[in-house]
Design a protein around this ligand. Structure first.
Ligand code: MN
Length: 234
């Protein structure tokens, strides 16, 4: 695929480029791809029935236009078991292939707080049948998130609380230092599988305590040093 901008002679109107706001700014971060890490916190791997010592984390993807900064999560069709997964979001300003661990953080533009919303019933069926996860993971508005904060302002958080409250009750709680793959490892490992570029976003996995949401629920997520996310299920 080639991109020729507004002058290109497209046969249909091209879709808007998905983009994330930058906190405290009117500038935007254009998103190319969204990678997600599965089972990156041991306690969550165990609650999902897996042994983190035998099965390392892995990647799947959401669609760039699934990112959702509206503050509302529309309950999706075809599921009765939609789960919250609070996650740190990492946005890249550069990329490459086979990126060394020692320079991986140089690729990071900034960070945000995100939810990897999951149609758990459809994901479970896909797992049972050996099918891909897209219908469980990559549906409309499935990644509610905050604007980005730049690493030049906050540095590179590698420890600190990550939690999610639903209707005022703590559901998920962990610490960034519990991640099995730290941010440099995610970037380095991913760059051995794909060519990373500026605009790529990584959702870095969720601590334990995932559970179902209902319409009307208010989800409040927090990551120390990054910020707060509030989302209503509608
Ligand atoms: Mn997740």
């Amino acid at each position: 695929m080639s991109m020729h901008g507004a002058a290109a002679n497209y046969v249909i109107e091209p879709a808007a480029i998905p983009a994330l706001p930058i906190a405290g700014s009117d500038r935007m971060f254009p998103v190319r791809r969204v990678y997600c890490v599965g089972r990156n916190y041991a306690a969550h791997a165990i609650e999902m029935g897996h042994d983190p010592d035998k099965e390392p984390p892995f990647f799947f993807q959401k669609n760039p236009d699934n990112l959702n900064t509206t503050g509302e999560f529309p309950y999706p069709p075809a599921s009765n078991d939609v789960h919250h997964e609070i996650e740190m979001m990492v946005a890249l300003k550069s990329g490459g292939r086979d990126i060394d661990l020692g320079r991986a953080l140089d690729c990071v533009y900034g960070y945000g707080v995100a939810l990897d919303m999951t149609r758990r019933d459809l994901q479970a069926k896909a797992k049972d049948m050996g099918r891909p996860w897209e219908i469980g993971k990559a549906f409309e508005a499935s990644a509610p998130c905050t604007p980005l904060v730049s690493a030049s302002e906050i540095g590179h958080p590698d420890h600190g609380a990550i939690w999610l409250d639903v209707n005022g009750e703590r559901r998920q709680s962990g610490d960034l230092n519990q991640m099995i793959w730290k941010v440099p490892e995610m970037i380095s490992y991913l760059s051995g599988l794909f060519t990373l570029t500026a605009g790529d976003v990584i959702l870095s996995g969720t601590p334990s305590g995932v559970a179902a949401v209902q319409r009307g629920d208010v989800l409040k997520g927090h990551i120390d040093g990054i910020g707060d996310l509030e989302v209503r299920v509608v």
